[in-house]
Design a protein around this ligand. Structure first.
Ligand code: 2AM
Ligand code: CA
Ligand code: CA
Ligand code: CA
Length: 257
C-alpha cells in the first residue's frame, strides 16, 4: 500500500492541477448554476475540479472513501474507518465568480478518524498551505510557526454573514470585544488567516468539506478547533465551529457560559 508520505507528494500535484484549472478559466470560461437558493452558487469549474481530484484520488488510493461537496464522491459515508478523503473543489464559489480572488481548493485525508493530511490552496496567491500529522505545517516550502497566543481584545475575528446577522447576544458581545471583525466569504481563506496569526479566531457554520483541511492544519499548529460551546466536533456533520488561539477560545467560552 502507498505510504502517507507518497500520498502527500502526489496530492500536492493534484491540488495544484485543480488550482490551475480554476485560474485559467476564471475570467469567463465557465457556467453558473444555483443550488438551494440564489446565493448558493455552483460553477462548471467546481464540478470539473471535483471530478479531476476524485478520479486521481481513486487511482492513487483505490480502497479509500471520498466525501465531496458536488456529488462525485461516495454518497453514503457513515463511518470514518480507513482512509477518508474530504474534498472542497472550490471554497468560496461566490468570491470565485464575483471577485476572481479569495477562493481556495481544499482537501484532507482522515485515517481511522484522525486528521492526517491537510491542504488549502490559495489559488490567486499561488500559496499551498499543507501539513502532515506530527510533521508540521508549511506554506509552499516554508515552515509555519505556531501563532502567538493572543486574546480576543488583541485579535481580529472572522465570522460568517448568517451568524453576524443572527442577533444572538453572545455572538454580538464576542464580535464587539474583538479588536476588529472580518468577513472573507471563504472558510479556507479565513482558516489560513487563523493559522498564520492574521486572525485570532474564526466562527462559522461549517460542513465537513469546509472544515476538514483547516482543522487538520490548525490542530497541528496547537490551535483550538471546537464547537462554539466547547464540545468536540464531528467531522461528518455540520458544526458551529470555532477555530482560534487558546486564549481567544478561553475568552469566548467566558462570554458564552
Ligand atoms: P463554498 O463556497 O464551498 O460553498 C461562505 O461564507 C463560506 O461558507 C464559503 O466557505 C462557503 O463554501 C461556505 N458555505 C457553507 N455552506 C454554505 C451555503 N449554504 N451557502 C453559501 N456558502 C456556504
Ligand atoms: Ca457550495
Ligand atoms: Ca466550502
Ligand atoms: Ca465548495
Amino acid at each position: 500500500m502507498i505510504s502517507i508520505e507518497e500520498l502527500d507528494q502526489k496530492v500536492q500535484q493534484i491540488i495544484r492541477q485543480a488550482g490551475q484549472n480554476a485560474y485559467q478559466k476564471m475570467e469567463n470560461d465557465y457556467q453558473i448554476d444555483t443550488k438551494t437558493n440564489y446565493t448558493d452558487l455552483v460553477t462548471t469549474i467546481d464540478r470539473e475540479n471535483e471530478q479531476l481530484i476524485n478520479d486521481q484520488l481513486r487511482k492513487i488510493d483505490p480502497d479509500s472513501q471520498i466525501l465531496s461537496e458536488e456529488g462525485f464522491g461516495d454518497q453514503q459515508i457513515s463511518n470514518m474507518q480507513g482512509h477518508v478523503w474530504i474534498v472542497d473543489p472550490i471554497d468560496g464559489t461566490m468570491n470565485f465568480v464575483k471577485q476572481h480572488n479569495n477562493f481556495a481548493v481544499m482537501l484532507a485525508l482522515y485515517v481511522d478518524g484522525q486528521p492526517t493530511l491537510g491542504y488549502i490552496l490559495d489559488v490567486i496567491n499561488n500559496r499551498l498551505y499543507h501539513g502532515r500529522r506530527n510533521a508540521g505545517v508549511y506554506v509552499n516550502n516554508q515552515k509555519i510557526i505556531q501563532p502567538a497566543d493572543l486574546g480576543l481584545r488583541e485579535s481580529l475575528l472572522a465570522m460568517n454573514r448568517t451568524l453576524t446577522l443572527s442577533g444572538d447576544s453572545a455572538l454580538k458581545e464576542i464580535a464587539q470585544d474583538a479588536i476588529g471583525l472580518r468577513m472573507y466569504g471563504s472558510a479556507g481563506i479565513e482558516m489560513i488567516g487563523v493559522i498564520t496569526g492574521q486572525l485570532g479566531g474564526y466562527i462559522s457554520n461549517l460542513k465537513p468539506w469546509d472544515l476538514a483541511a483547516g482543522r487538520m492544519l490548525a490542530e497541528e499548529l496547537g490551535l483550538v478547533v471546537k464547537s462554539i460551546d466547547g464540545s468536540s466536533i464531528n467531522v461528518l456533520s455540520s458544526n458551529l465551529v470555532l477555530v482560534a488561539t487558546r486564549q481567544v477560545s478561553r475568552d469566548i467560552r467566558q462570554i458564552i457560559n
